[in-house]
Design a protein around this ligand. Structure first.
Ligand SMILES: NC(=O)c1ccc[n+]([C@@H]2O[C@H](COP(=O)([O-])OP(=O)(O)OC[C@H]3O[C@@H](n4cnc5c(N)ncnc54)[C@H](OP(=O)(O)O)[C@@H]3O)[C@@H](O)[C@H]2O)c1
Length: 302
């Protein structure tokens, strides 16, 4: 892909942010990465990222964060914490970030939202115009942040592009490790329909957003084939040559499983394919899982 040089700020340089940074740097772009933890800064520096200490909940720490920046990726988030803490992080954190970026001339502000914004539970097909009325706390927060950013787009021309990724799956996810060790329990109805996108397609689309996509628009990021959640889990077990995980509705459910319980929908991806001119490298979970098995369910530590 050819694109002019960009100076990128990644807010949320965790698993996905660091891998996105690697791609952008390989494309010749400059990347600054924010972290709250001093101990993380050498790791970012070793990847060629300009490290920057800061916390979106501390406005003073964000001073000057946008100096020289023309593109922002807003990936920060957490699945942990009380409802109040998560609200602070998403709502107050977004407001603080926007204030810190006032006066910065941006070409793109890419926000990683989620398909959790859709509350539909009857397995229906939906596109980006479907009602956003989620029951889950995470879905509600994502809707609120999308609304804040769209307001900034209308009032101050923030060049926002919103991505709504489905469940991002990858070789070394926690669920894979539990399936391999025989400790995974299906705490949700295996017939529920789920949507997924493989990590490589997700990162590729994020990188393409430097140039592609229309500002003020939201894009679902999902592969071509919504699937029964149980089929996906059993396919992993088959590839690993281990037993299918048992169903146990009483077993403790993590934050992701709680989200799955509140969901049952089929997400369309036609808009992102059209506007980004993108062909999925992993069009269904079968290709993505085959790739995960090929790399032996291991990802390089970065
Ligand atoms: N669609 C999907 O399948 C999917 C998959 C995974 C995650 N997610 C979403 O991504 C979010 C985080 O995922 P994760 O738990 O896996 O963590 P992660 O990838 O490690 O990323 C979390 C990032 O957010 C940053 N962050 C958190 N609080 C911050 C703050 N106050 N100020 C600045 N940066 C802050 C962290 O930075 P430092 O710790 O370096 O400060 C970290 O880089 C969640 O909201 C989750 O919904 C979605």
């Amino acid at each position: 892909m050819s694109s002019s040089h960009r100076s990128v700020l990644i807010v949320g340089c965790g698993y996905r942010g660091r891998r996105l940074a690697q791609r952008l740097i390989a494309m010749g772009h400059t990347v600054r990465g924010l972290s709250r933890k001093e101990a993380n800064l050498p790791k970012l520096k070793a990847l060629g990222i300009e490290p920057r200490l800061g916390d979106v909940l501390d406005p003073h720490s964000l001073r000057g964060i946008g100096t020289g920046i023309d593109t922002v990726y807003h990936l920060m988030g957490s699945m942990q914490g009380s409802p109040e803490q998560l609200e602070q992080l998403h709502i107050k954190g977004t407001r603080n970030l926007l204030s810190a970026l006032e006066g910065v001339s941006l070409k793109r502000y890419v926000y990683e939202s989620s398909t959790a914004v859709y509350g539909q539970t009857d397995g229906e097909w939906l596109d980006e115009d479907a009602p956003r009325d989620p029951a889950s706390a995470m879905g509600k927060l994502r809707v609120a942040v999308e609304n804040l950013l769209m307001e900034a787009h209308r009032l101050s021309s923030l060049p926002v592009v919103i991505f709504r990724p489905a469940s991002i799956y990858r070789p070394q996810g926690v669920i894979n490790e539990k399936i391999a060790s025989g400790t995974y329990r299906l705490t949700w109805d295996p017939d529920k329909v789920m949507n997924r996108i493989y990590i490589d397609d997700f990162l590729e689309l994020l990188a393409l957003a430097l140039e592609k996509g229309r500002v003020g628009e939201a894009y679902n990021l999902s592969d071509d084939e919504p699937q029964r959640g149980g089929d996906y889990v059993n396919a992993i077990a088959d590839l690993m040559g281990v037993a299918h995980p048992p169903i146990d509705f009483k077993a403790p459910a993590d934050a992701c499983a709680e989200l799955v319980k509140q969901s049952n929908k089929r997400v369309r991806n036609a808009k992102v394919k059209r506007d980004f001119g993108y062909t999925l490298k992993f069009p269904t979970y079968r290709e993505g899982l085959a790739e995960s098995a090929r790399v032996k369910w291991i990802e390089p530590e970065i």
